[in-house]
Structures are given as C-alpha cells and as structure tokens.
Design a protein around this ligand. Structure first.
Ligand code: 5GP
Ligand code: MN
Length: 323
C-alpha cells in the first residue's frame, strides 16, 4: 500500500500539500515532513493552510513557506495531497475547489470514515496513532536515510502531539519503534523538541486554564466532565482561542471521568471538543452534531447558545453512558 502510494505521488511536477483548519502538531509536522519527502525527489511542493501555524510550532523548519491557498496558487499544482483530515470539508475555504477539481486529490490520514471513491489514492489507517506515523512509514519504505534532523523533528512533533505524549490508546510498540528510529536517524534530543512544543506557555494562559478548570462540571455520576471557555474569560486573561489547546484533556485525569468535553465560543459559533478513555465512541457522538474525528478524540460545531450546546451533548453522552 505504502509503495504504491509513493509511486503514484512521484509522477507529478508540483504537488499542493494541504492540512486542515486550526492545524495541530500532527497536521503541521506531517505536512512539513512530506514537504522534504517531495523536495528530496526533486518534486516541487507547495504548502497550504487556511489558518496560521500555532505559536508553539513556529520553530519548525520550512513552516514559513506555508501560504493561505488561493485559486491561482492551487491552479499551479498538478495534484493535491490532503493531510490529516478525512474529507475536503476539513480543509477550509478551498474545500469546494478540491471537491470539483479534475486534478488528482490524494489523502494521507487516520480519521474514521473518509468518503469512498473520492480520492485518487489514499494512505489511510484509522488505527494509526497519527498521520505523522503514516508519513514515517512512507519514509521507512522509500528511503529512511532521508530522515534528517528537520524531518525527525517534524515527525516526532506529529506523533507526540497526536498521542497525548504517548498516553492514548492508539499507542503501541510500533509507535515507540518508530519514535526510536526517528530519534536515532535525525539525531534529535526528545527533551528539547518536547520543551519547544509544551513549555512555551504564558502566565496568561495559566490564568485562563485556572478559570476554565474552576468552572468544571461533572455529569452522569461523575463520568462526564464539561468545561467551558467564554469570550469573557479570554478577554479577562488577554488570551486567544489558540491558548485553549489541550485544555480539554485535563479533566480526564479525574479517576471517575470517562469523557471530557470542552465548549468555547468562536466566530459566533460554539466549538465542541470531545476526549475520552475508550468507553464511548466519540466519533459517533460528534457525527450526530455534524462533526467527526476518532473514537477517543472528536469535535464539531454548534450554531446557537453555549447552554444549548452543553445540554445537547450532555443528553447524548448521557444516553450512551446509560443515564
Ligand atoms: P479538536 O477537538 O482538537 O478540534 O479535534 C479532535 C479531533 O476531531 C481531531 O482529530 C479533528 O480532526 C476532529 N474534528 C474536530 N472538529 C471537527 C469537525 O468539525 N468535523 C470533523 N469531521 N472532525 C472534527
Ligand atoms: Mn492527526
């Protein structure tokens, strides 16, 4: 599967590499490692994202080459590779372009339920811990010696962030073997990469975390935790939505909690982030609200007041948990 995928992608002159809206470490890490993979083959690669690279990833090499896609820029490519999202709709304002183009559109991803028969080719595995792990497989099969420092940092970043620092259910011996190989080949120091990704928080962000966690509510015999971040909390602490990254995971450290949900206001809508401990299929829950994701990490959006969104999601998860 990997070899065929690599061969198919090797026949183009210029490939557009696109990652999803609100990109995370896996999206950016995978995209930048792929950039090197194409460049090593002498293939031009253009990097496209609707949203900015988060501050804690701005140290990554070549991230400054990422541009907001326009029709003209996309027209210059002769194929597209969508990275870390299972459907063109996850890729922002140019979603329609990818849906309608006559040019080949490829996918490399680990989210459940990509549309059947849409993509020209896919490197897809919903059991993969991260898209970056699939990108590692691409390097492993086609030229592991090309894993230099910058590729190793990008792959390490993708895997460490999408596995919650190697703690999620998706982590297997394969994940750790890959990480060992990546560290060795790239000559990287994990503690340094880790610190760049995680130890860059501001005092303001901690004040925001304090407010958000102080508001925590438990439902369903303390098995469901709900945290909320309002525009007011952001304004009071001088933070932005980007500063909320990872907050949803904290309530999972409460022993009784099986599912944690964070709600926050953004662009007059409510963003819903769901995280779990392998007891409730959160992809299914999110799909009820036109979202999606994985079994243990999913998301969606709600048009309407936050109180309605909370009520709706609590009722749905309550019915799954048998409450
Ligand atoms: P997050 O809560 O960090 O935004 O997203 C968690 C997971 O759910 C990610 O894997 C992300 O790709 C997926 N996800 C988040 N929001 C949406 C959405 O609106 N639609 C779909 N299909 N997936 C989402
Ligand atoms: Mn991912």
């Amino acid at each position: 599967m990997v070899k065929k995928f690599a061969e198919a992608l090797s026949k183009y002159n210029r490939v557009g590499l696109v990652s999803h809206v609100s990109p995370d470490g896996d999206a950016i890490g995978s995209q930048l490692a792929l950039y090197s993979w194409f460049r090593n083959k002498g293939i031009d690669a253009a990097l496209f994202n609707d949203d900015e690279v988060p501050d804690n990833l701005s140290w990554m090499e070549h991230q400054d080459r990422i541009q907001v896609p326009t029709q003209e820029l996309l027209d210059e490519c002769d194929a597209y590779l969508l990275v870390d999202g299972n459907h063109p709709s996850r890729f922002g304002a140019m979603a329609e372009y990818f849906l309608e183009t006559d040019k080949p559109v490829y996918l490399i991803d680990h989210h459940l339920d990509p549309p059947k028969d849409f993509f020209t080719g896919m490197l897809w595995d919903s059991e993969a811990s991260s898209t970056a792990w699939l990108v590692y497989k691409l390097f492993e099969v086609t030229g592991p010696e090309q894993i230099d420092r910058k590729v190793a940092e990008a792959l390490y970043c993708g895997i460490v962030t999408d596995t919650g620092s190697f703690r999620f259910d998706s982590v297997t011996a394969e994940t750790h073997f890959a990480i060992g190989d990546i560290i060795k080949r790239g000559g990287i120091r994990p503690s340094e990469v880790f610190a760049r990704i995680y130890d860059d928080k501001s005092l303001a962000q901690f004040k925001l975390l304090g407010k958000v966690l102080d508001d925590i509510r438990l439902y369903c015999d303390d098995r469901l935790a709900v945290v909320r971040a309002t525009e007011q909390m952001l304004a009071e602490t001088g933070c932005t939505h980007n500063d909320l990254e990872g907050f949803v995971n904290y309530p999972l450290s409460i022993s009784s909690v099986l599912v944690s949900v964070m709600f926050y206001e953004r662009d007059d809508r409510i963003k819903i982030s769901l995280r779990g401990k392998s007891k409730v299929d959160l992809n299914q829950v999110a799909r009820k609200f036109n979202g999606g994701g994985h079994f243990n990490a999913a998301g969606s959006w709600h048009d309407g007041p936050m109180t309605d969104a909370v009520e709706m999601v609590v009722a749905e998860i309550g019915s799954v948990l048998g409450n």
